[in-house]
Design a binder for this molecule. Sequence first.
Ligand SMILES: [Zn+2]
Length: 164
Amino acid sequence: MPRRCTVCAHPATHAIDKALVAGEPYRSVANRYESLSQAAVQRHEENHLPALLAKAKEAEEVAHADDLLADVRGLQARTLAILEAAEETSEHRIALSAIREARSNLELLAKLLGELDERPVVNLNISPEWLELRTVIVGALGPYRDARESVLSAIEGVGNGHTR
Ligand SMILES: [Zn+2]
């Protein structure tokens, strides 16, 4: 019957792991907890700690990726708000930099989501040339409300992959 690891079973196992990770000597760790032998602490560090650390690192990475995702999404929402405001006031220069920002936000988001396809795929909605052109067209039509509306709705159709 395999011997139970007294460290894994110890109520203070978390604190012990932390001490070991911090590089505290086996003897000093074992001395702090009455029921532990130095050999048991050493066995635990050699046989059990690596797997625990790998698991902790993975959990940390997942949490970190979630944090980043939320950050980038927040950033994107702000960027798009700026883009909208700039388009409304025909501030093309600001609109164009907002578009560039939005594009790199999207790339980062895609990477974080693991959805970035390495193959060249034409996606008109995130093509920078298209977005810049779209802004210029919409800006130029600013004073002509009706024309602007019909161009915009035609553009939306193209952007969705349909032609009207
Ligand atoms: Zn153990």
